[in-house]
Design a protein around this ligand. Structure first.
Ligand code: F6R
Length: 615
C-alpha cells in the first residue's frame, strides 16, 4: 500500500514528482510528501501534507518553495498502517542529521525491537511509523563510513517484513538507492535521467527503458546509470519490462471519473482477455499456463485463492470448473486459507486470482499452497507483478491499467479468463459432452458483445438506481451463478456508496436474515432465466410478502419476471455459466449512481486503497 516515485537528472523534478504521485494515488492517499537534494545548499529539502485526498494538491503549493537546483528526489503517497494519517507520519522520513530521506511501501515486521535499539543508542524518532527505523539504521551505517547503497544493503539485512524503499542523501545528490522485498518497485533510465516508481504508469513519463527489481535486490539509480546488486553486493542483471500500453491509456479519456471510463472499457477488456485463447470452433489455447495438458488432465482438485472482488470472480470460476471440467473446486478467501494449515488433495492446482498481483494475503496464500504441494497459477492484470513472477504459470487478464479503486473491468476480465480456464480444463480432461466445447467456446467468443450491450444500457440502469438513491438497507440475493454476482453487487455498494448491503444465497434467507426484511428494505435479486429461476422467484415472493421492494436483474424482455418485481435491470441473455460477466454490469451502475448521489468520490472511496500490500 503506498506509492513511491523517485527522479534524478530529469529537467522538471517537481512536475515529475507531482505527476507521478497523482498516478500513484490509487495506492493510498492519506498523505503525500517529497524530499529533494538541494545542489545549491548541499542540503535536503522536504515537504509533506496530510489532507487525505487533498494531500497532493497541498503539496503542489508547497513545492513553490522547492530548491531551484534540485538533485535526486523522492516522493510518496501514503495509505496509513502504523501511525495515524498525520503530517508527522507522512513520508519521506529523515534521519537524525536531516541529511538522509527515505520512503517506504510495506510493513517492517520487526520494527519494535529495531526501534528500541535505536532509541537506546540515542536516536530521536519523530513519527509513529514502522518506516522511520529504516532511515535511522541507514544513518548508522553511513556514519560508520558506508556509502548510501552499502548502507541500505546492510540495514536491510536486519529487517524482517515487506518493503519497497527509495532513499536519497544530501552528500550523494545524484543518487537514488532503491530496494524491494515483496512490495513492487520499478527502476528505469534514459541517457541523462533515472526513475524509481511503484508501477509502470508512474515511470512511463520518463522512459520506456524500465526494469523490475527482484526480491532483495538493491538498485543504485543515477542520471543515465543503473546498477543492481543483491543484499550481499553481488551484481545482478536487471530484468527488462516490456511495456505495451501508454500513459494516455491510464488517463480518464473524457469520462468524469476513472470508474465510468473503466466500466465502459469492459467490452474491450473481455475481448482482449479472450483473444487468441478461444475461438468459435472449440479450440482453447492457454500456453502461458506453463503446465502441460497431460499434467492438467491429471489435476484432482482446483483451489482458488483471492480477496474481495477477485474472490467473487473465483467463486464464479469454481462453478464453471465443476460444470465443465467435472473436477472438484473450492474458492477460499486468501487471508483465511493462509492460516488454516490447509491440507490439499494430491495433484491440486492452486489458482491465485488478483488484479494487482500484489495483494499480500493472496501472495502468502499462494506461497502456502505451493508449500502444501500444489502447482500454482496466478491470474493477474499486472505484467511482472510479484505473483506473476512467483507462480509456476501465469494467465494475464488484459484489462489495461485500472485506476479506480473499486475494481470493475479487471473483475469482469477475471470472470471471462477463469471461464476460459474452466473450459480449457474441460477440454484437456475430456469431460465435456459432445458438441459442448464448440458451443461454449462460440458463446464465449461473442461474450464481449453481450457486455457491450449491457454497458450500453448504463443510462437506463442509472435511472432505475436513482429511485433508490437514499435507501440505507439493501440485500443482494442470488443462487448458483447469481450468488457471486450478488456478492459483488453488495461489495460495490458498500465500498462506493457507504451503504449497508448484505449479500446472501437467496435460499438461505429463510434461515435467519428474513427477520430483517420489512418495508423500506430494498432487495436486489439476480433473476435471469436459469434452471433455478422458479426457486429464485419463490424467494422473491417471500421478500415481497414482508414488505421489501424488489429490484431484479432479469433477461431483456422477460415480462413474467418484470410483473413480479418493483423494478427491472434488464440484461441480454447469456447462458448461466457465463452470466456473471454480464449480470454484474447493472450492479456496477447501481453502486456508481448511489455513490455519486451521496457526493462520494467514486475513484477514491474512503478507507480503501487499490493495492492491499498489508495483511
Ligand atoms: C473491490 C476491490 C477489492 C479487491 C481486493 C483484491 O472493488 O477492488 O475487493 O478486489 O482488494 O485485490 P486484488 O485483485 O488486486 O488482489
Amino acid at each position: 500500500m503506498c506509492g513511491i516515485i523517485g527522479t534524478t537528472g530529469a529537467p522538471d523534478t517537481c512536475a515529475l514528482l507531482v505527476a507521478g504521485l497523482e498516478l500513484l494515488e490509487y495506492r493510498g492517499y492519506d498523505s503525500a510528501g517529497v524530499a529533494i537534494c538541494d545542489r545549491a545548499t548541499g542540503g535536503l529539502w522536504r515537504a509533506r501534507a496530510a489532507e487525505h485526498a487533498g494531500s497532493i494538491g497541498r503539496l503542489r503549493t508547497l513545492l513553490a518553495d522547492a530548491p531551484r537546483d534540485p538533485g535526486a528526489s523522492i516522493g510518496h503517497t501514503r495509505w496509513a498502517t502504523h501511525g495515524r494519517p498525520t503530517e508527522e507520519n507522512a513520508h519521506p522520513h529523515l534521519d537524525c542529521t536531516g541529511r538522509i530521506a527515505l520512503v517506504h511501501n510495506g510493513i517492517i515486521g520487526n520494527y519494535r525491537p529495531l526501534a528500541a535499539g535505536l532509541d537506546a543508542r540515542g536516536h530521536k524518532r519523530s513519527s509513529q511509523t514502522d518506516t522511520e527505523v529504516l532511515v535511522h539504521l541507514v544513518e548508522e551505517e553511513v556514519a560508520s563510513g558506508a556509502d548510501l547503497a552499502q548502507a541500505v544493503r546492510r540495514c536491510l539485512a536486519v529487517v524482517r517484513g515487506d518493503f519497497a524503499i527509495a532513499v536519497v542523501r544530501a552528500e550523494e545528490p545524484d543518487v537514488i538507492v532503491a530496494a524491494r522485498r515483496t512490495s513492487p518497485l520499478i527502476v528505469g533510465i534514459t541517457a541523462s535521467a533515472g526513475i524509481v516508481a511503484s508501477d509502470v504508469a508512474a515511470a512511463l513519463a520518463t522512459t520506456r527503458e524500465l526494469y523490475a527489481l527482484g526480491e532483495d535486490e538493491v538498485a543504485t539509480v543515477r542520471p543515465g546509470g543503473l546498477e543492481v546488486v543483491d543484499l550481499t553486493g553481488r551484481p545482478v542483471e536487471p530484468r527488462r519490462i516490456e511495456v505495451s500500453w501508454s500513459v494516455q491509456r491510464a488517463m480518464k479519456g473524457g469520462y468524469p471519473d476513472f470508474m465510468s471510463k473503466e466500466i465502459h472499457e469492459q467490452p474491450q477488456a473481455v475481448r482482449d482477455t479472450l483473444l487468441g485463447r478461444l475461438d468459435g470452433s472449440g479450440c482453447t489455447e492457454l500456453d502461458e499456463l506453463e503446465i502441460g495438458e497431460r499434467e492438467l488432465a491429471g489435476i484432482e482438485r482446483v483451489q482458488f485463492l483471492a480477496c474481495g472482488s477477485s474472490f467473487h470472480a473465483a467463486l464464479a470460476a469454481r462453478q464453471a470448473v465443476e460444470h465443465w471440467a467435472r473436477v472438484g473446486a473450492d474458492a477460499e478467501v486468501a487471508s483465511e486459507f493462509r492460516y488454516r494449515e490447509p491440507v490439499l488433495a494430491h495433484r491440486t492446482l492452486a489458482v491465485a486470482v488478483s488484479q494487482s498481483g500484489e495483494t499480500v494475503d493472496t501472495l502468502h496464500a499462494m506461497r502456502e499452497a505451493r508449500r502444501a504441494g500444489a502447482r500454482v497459477v496466478a491470474v493477474t492484470n499486472v505484467v511482472d507483478s510479484v505473483m506473476a513472477r512467483e507462480a509456476d504459470g501465469v494467465l494475464y487478464t488484459r484489462a489495461g491499467p485500472e485506476i479506480g479503486v473499486a475494481s470493475t473491468k479487471s473483475h469482469i476480465a477475471q470472470l471471462a479468463l477463469l471461464q476460459a480456464l474452466a473450459l480449457h480444463l474441460g477440454r484437456v480432461r475430456g469431460s465435456l459432452p459432445a458438441g459442448e466445447l464448440e458451443r461454449a467456446s462460440a458463446a464465449m467468443s461473442t461474450l464481449h458483445l453481450a457486455v457491450a450491450d449491457a454497458v450500453g444500457r448504463g443510462e437506463e440502469y442509472c435511472r432505475v438506481a436513482e429511485r433508490f438513491a437514499h435507501v440505507e438497507d439493501f440485500y443482494f440475493l442470488g443462487r448458483r451463478a447469481g450468488l457471486p454476482v450478488a456478492l459483488e453487487g453488495a461489495l460495490k455498494l458498500k465500498e462506493l456508496a457507504y451503504v449497508r448491503a448484505e449479500a446472501y444465497p437467496a435460499g438461505e434467507m429463510k434461515h435467519g436474515p428474513i427477520s430483517l426484511i420489512e418495508p423500506g428494505v430494498v432487495v436486489v435479486v439476480v433473476a435471469t432465466r436459469t434452471a433455478l429461476w422458479e426457486k429464485v422467484m419463490a424467494n422473491v415472493e417471500e421478500m415481497r410478502a414482508r414488505g421489501a421492494t424488489v429490484v431484479a436483474v432479469a433477461d431483456d424482455g422477460d415480462e413474467e419476471t418484470a410483473e413480479l418485481v418493483d423494478a427491472v435491470l434488464a440484461v441480454p441473455h447469456v447462458e448461466e455459466v457465463c452470466s456473471p460477466v454480464v449480470n454484474v454490469v447493472p450492479l456496477q451502475f447501481l453502486a456508481y449512481t448511489l455513490a455519486r448521489a451521496r457526493g462520494n468520490d467514486v475513484d477514491r472511496p474512503r478507507n480503501l486503497a487499490k493495492v492491499v500490500t498489508v495483511e
